[in-house]
Write a protein that binds this ligand. Structure first.
Ligand SMILES: Cc1ncc(COP(=O)(O)O)c(C=O)c1O
Length: 395
């Protein structure tokens, strides 16, 4: 495919106040931080425009001006398959796809299709808060397998998980790469998890919404390539929403190569009355087709923000930043400050920075805060300066 040269101004500050932005317009209510002076580092979307081809695709739809039901998804599926082959070396057959209203919706459909009320659903915590919320909301038993730290990064502890099993577990929800913690699981780690699922007859759902957001020096392996032994128990969830900052389009896909699993999931999908959102599909197709250069530039920019945050916060005694291998969500441990969570949270929010509280990610998260760094670098710099001042008594 011909690559176009694009100039992207990630430094441009875009005013998102009063635009129905969850991140900006809920900051006051949720964190007591004013959107007029504060810096929102919580909700996982970016303060950047998407690739211009995404805008152009929407503009073409608008120029036509009739917004009826969307069909058929053939060109979307072709664009997705071509992206997976180009970026992940993964050959996806279009017939393996089912579309969803985002990936939390996909997780809910998988829970409905592959488990029953009362059964155990395993997550590796701390993890993206919706994993626990949706398991509980579906009346399943949440089984938290706490991640352990070696060499400063998270690892799964499958031996501990095995000891925790009671026999009613049917499903594992994996976040790959991991949010929070920014961990890229190695092929060996994924293979060990696949063996575990085969041994204990568990279904495995790999949420890969962050799988394009890999920091330089790391590489991600999509679940189906790392876990061939789990072929008949694996669903992989993919989307353009995080990668290209089009989360409002609420569009994702479930990839299910196994016919029997796919038929089962398709039944649940039908039962829930699923259909696609025209605008999400239009944006996603354009992003898959034309987003390479934009994404490559974004990753370089995010890596610069990652470095800035890491350099600045490492100057505060007792604060430690988990090395960010993927995602734009830095996971920062305040345990070494000796402060109770209420105190470091209060200092951060009083300084005008809204970051996600670690406790919301479940077991093991209490001493952490999660900082979204996907914003113009000047704003990251301001936020870091505020945090340095907020903890200046420690320095
Ligand atoms: C692991 C993970 N899955 C899903 C989502 C949300 O996906 P969607 O907006 O497509 O429902 C997020 C958002 O942060 C996430 O981190």
């Amino acid at each position: 495919m011909e690559r176009q040269t694009v100039t992207i101004d990630f430094d441009k500050i875009i005013d998102r106040r009063n635009t129905h932005s969850s991140k900006w317009d809920n900051m006051q209510a949720d964190y007591g931080v004013s959107p007029d002076t504060g810096i929102p580092m919580w909700v996982a979307d970016m303060d950047f425009r998407p690739p211009e081809q995404v805008d152009a695709a929407l503009a073409a739809d608008m120029a036509h001006g009739v917004y009826g039901y969307y069909d058929n998804p053939t060109s979307y599926a072709a664009a997705l398959c071509s992206w997976m082959e180009r970026r992940h070396n993964w050959q996806v057959d279009p017939s393996w796809l089912l579309q969803t209203h985002g990936l939390v919706n996909a997780l809910a459909l998988c829970i409905s299709a592959f488990s029953n009320p009362g059964e155990g659903v395993i997550v590796f915590s701390p993890v993206y808060h919706w994993f626990g919320t949706i398991v509980r909301a579906n009346d399943r038993r949440l089984v938290e397998s706490e991640l352990v730290q070696h060499d400063g990064v998270y690892h799964m502890d499958l031996a501990a998980l095995e000891a925790q099993l009671t026999g009613d577990e049917t499903l594992v929800l994996l976040c790959s790469p991991h949010n929070p913690g920014g961990r890229v699981w190695s092929a060996a780690e994924l293979g060990a998890l696949a063996d575990f699922c085969v041994k204990h007859d568990l279904m495995l759902i790999s949420d890969e919404v962050h799988n394009d957001l890999i920091m330089p020096g790391h590489s991600h392996v999509v679940a189906p390539l790392a876990m061939p032994q789990a072929h008949d128990r694996l669903v992989t969830l993919v989307a353009t929403t995080k990668t290209f900052n089009i989360a409002g389009g609420m569009t994702g896909s479930m990839v299910i190569p196994d016919d029997t699993l796919r038929e089962k999931l398709a039944k649940t999908h039908r039962a829930a009355g699923m259909s696609v959102n025209r605008f999400g599909m239009v944006m996603a197709e354009a992003a898959y087709l034309h987003g390479d250069d934009w994404l490559d530039a974004l990753l370089v920019y995010l890596d610069g923000n990652r470095q800035l945050l890491s350099d600045e916060l490492s100057l505060i005694p007792g604060v430690s930043v988990m090395p960010l291998q993927a995602t734009y969500l830095a996971w920062v441990d305040f345990a070494g400050t000796g402060m109770p969570a209420a105190e470091f949270i209060n200092r951060i929010q009083t300084a005008g920075v809204a970051a996600s509280h670690g406790s919301t990610f479940g077991a093991g998260g209490d001493s952490f805060m999660r900082f979204n760094i996907a914003m113009p670098r000047a704003q990251v710099a301001t936020a870091m300066q505020r945090l340095r001042t907020a903890f200046s008594d420690l320095q």
